[in-house]
Design a protein around this ligand. Structure first.
Ligand code: FAD
Length: 279
């Protein structure tokens, strides 16, 4: 029979993880669905469970000169309402699920779930977010792009948990997250798109693009982005077809119950074109 533990401190949690194999549950909004028994039977977890959602040490948001630190157990709703949260991340969370789910679910849970359709991931990739990972005897920090290694795959050791999500303080001139779903809220993305752009002396000094739900992980390619630094708006507009062509090999969506490949590919290209044309 599966046992569940509700530790009161982070130390207690890490000591448990150091000794045995557990499934971490934060808000449980992904875990409950994935492990749901297709019958009236109780939820079917594979390992013993550690509930971490009441760990006060992992709640709240702080800052220093360069970064914002979001505790792993801070709810999505609290992050969305917090004055330190970047507008782009607030706008993204507003499009996620419903208020009830956002009051329970966490940003660390969205990362831990590593779904190709995880909405916050698109924005976190765009913002070059890091995760802080902690075990009993070690703390390490990793860029989200390296931490997520595939569909529902993350580089988390069995004795570690995510303790913080760390976001660079960046001010773009213009940034937006666009979710394409069957309705405005409480719907899983067919695809998503985010951009951030900044100019100095009429030339780009920062140019970032990310797509969600069209490959195994978020599509972001700094090596393409850097080719469009020191460009004027006019030069970017002249390069639209070239930019679309550069991203085309990486837009590899699947057909599923929410949409099909052809629609997803076409909408990605339309959103990219629209973003540049409207600069
Ligand atoms: C009705 C509904 C609507 C939804 N809509 C959306 C949506 O619009 N967009 C979207 O992106 N998602 C959506 N989701 C999915 C889900 O709500 C989010 O992914 C949420 O952010 C998960 O957070 P959680 O704390 O509930 O994660 P949990 O379910 O607790 O955990 C998810 C995974 O992360 C791991 N994990 C959690 N916290 C940690 C930690 N601190 N350290 C290490 N691993 C950890 C868990 O072990 C598990 O593998 C929806 C879910 C439901 C039920």
């Amino acid at each position: 029979m599966v046992k569940s533990y509700v530790p009161e401190t982070l130390k207690e949690t890490l000591e448990l993880l150091d000794k045995g194999k557990y499934q971490i549950v934060a808000g449980g909004t992904d875990m409950l669905i994935q492990n749901h028994a297709r019958s009236p039977l109780p939820i079917n977890y594979k390992n013993d469970i550690i509930y971490i959602s009441n760990l006060e040490e992992l709640k709240g948001i702080t800052e220093d000169d360069d970064f914002i630190y979001i505790g792993a157990c801070t709810s999505l709703e609290e992050i969305m309402e917090h004055k330190l949260t970047p507008k782009l991340l607030k706008d993204t969370i507003l499009e996620m699920a419903s208020p009830a789910i956002r009051h329970t679910g966490t940003l660390a849970g969205n990362i831990g779930n590593a779904s190709p359709a995880g909405d916050s991931l698109v924005t976190l990739y765009l913002l070059n977010a890091d995760v802080q990972l902690q075990s009993l005897n070690n703390t390490r920090r990793m860029c989200i792009r390296d931490f997520i290694t595939g569909v529902r795959k993350i580089d988390l050791k069995p004795n570690e948990i995510i303790t913080k999500v760390i976001i660079n303080k960046i001010n773009f001139d213009k940034a937006e997250f666009i979710k394409v779903g069957p309705r405005r809220s409480d719907a899983i993305s067919k695809l998503s798109f985010a951009y951030g752009i900044t100019f100095h002396n009429n030339q780009t000094i920062d140019f970032r693009i990310a797509f969600g739900a069209v490959n195994t992980t978020v599509v972001r390619h700094p090596e393409i982005e850097c080719q469009y630094i020191r460009k004027t708006k006019e030069e970017l507009k002249e390069s639209i077809e070239e930019i679309i062509t550069a991203y085309r090999p990486f837009i590899k969506p699947i057909d599923d119950q929410r949409s099909n490949k052809a629609y997803r590919r076409q909408v990605c290209e339309n959103l990219l074109r629209e973003f540049i044309l409207e600069l």
